[in-house]
Design a protein around this ligand. Structure first.
Ligand code: ADE
Length: 263
């Protein structure tokens, strides 16, 4: 997969040299290129921002440097059947989640436009629609100072879904959000630590019991921490055995929604 990132702080993206993403780059699985937006300016001060029309606090990124940078990215884009996707990190975007990570992982070419200040002149975003599939994307309902941190998070979440990036693909199956639930708690040696014991079932060697315990822990944890995810569970997909175990553990289906009735 080819990834281009345009930013006024290219050094921010140096973290993409590290760990599994760095290794994937070395192995040629990911081709990541970082571009300095200022190198696409033409004035002496390498200006990328100006005051907002209509007034208000802060500065807005000028359209022209963005058009220049994105044209350069397009000019160097590898031939591909689909046009590149331009991800514009913004608190005003659609919220990034695991489903979106999977969607992006299937693409050949992702381009990230890291805005700073109050954002990018909307005309640049509109202009980019001629050459890119444009996707304004938010990391969550809070405000960062710019898109760089969001890009680090998205590249990691997307990159690890690409075959060959994570050594053991099994680890992608049993993790939070893989099935709409949070992951079960995990433990390692020693079995007793500071008066805390690993749950007995995990030492039993009984794989069916372990699997069932983990599954119920997923439901309990999701009910505690993310009741919104619990409410979204497709209850028609639950097996009879699962429903029975869930009822015994204090859950029930009420009006089609999985609900915890006791603690
Ligand atoms: N830029 C500023 N805040 C952001 C957020 N929440 N997500 C993505 N990009 C951002």
């Amino acid at each position: 997969m080819r990834i281009d990132v345009v930013s006024i702080f290219p050094e921010y993206l140096a973290a993409l040299d590290l760990s599994l993403i760095g290794k994937a780059r070395q192995d040629g699985v990911l081709d990541v290129r970082v571009h300095d937006l200022r190198s696409f300016t033409t004035d002496r001060h390498r200006t990328v921002d100006d005051t907002p029309y209509g007034g208000g606090a802060g500065m807005v990124m000028k359209a022209e440097p963005w058009a220049q940078a994105l044209e350069a990215v397009l000019a160097e884009a590898p031939a591909a059947p689909r046009r590149p996707t331009l991800v514009v990190p913004s608190p005003a975007g659609a919220v990034f989640d695991q489903a979106m990570a999977h969607e992006f992982a299937d693409l050949d070419h992702l381009v990230f436009a890291c805005g700073r200040y109050e954002g990018i002149d909307e005309r640049a975003i509109d202009w980019a629609r001629a050459g890119f599939d444009v996707r304004p994307v938010s990391l969550g309902d809070y405000v960062l100072n710019g898109g760089e941190v969001a890009v680090l998070a998205m590249v990691e979440a997307v990159g690890r879904l690409i075959p060959g990036v994570v050594g053991n693909p099994e680890s992608l199956v049993e993790e939070s959000h893989a099935d709409g639930l949070l992951e079960y708690p995990v433990y390692t040696k020693p079995s007793s630590w500071r008066d805390r014991d690993v749950p007995e079932v995990l030492l039993s060697g009984n794989h069916a019991r372990i699997a069932q315990w983990r599954r119920l822990e997923q439901f309990h944890r999701t009910a505690d921490r993310r009741p919104d995810l619990l409410a979204a569970v497709d209850t028609t997909a639950l097996t009879k055995a699962e429903l029975k175990a869930l009822r015994e553990a204090g859950f029930d289906v009420v009006d089609g929604r999985l609900t915890r009735t006791t603690h």
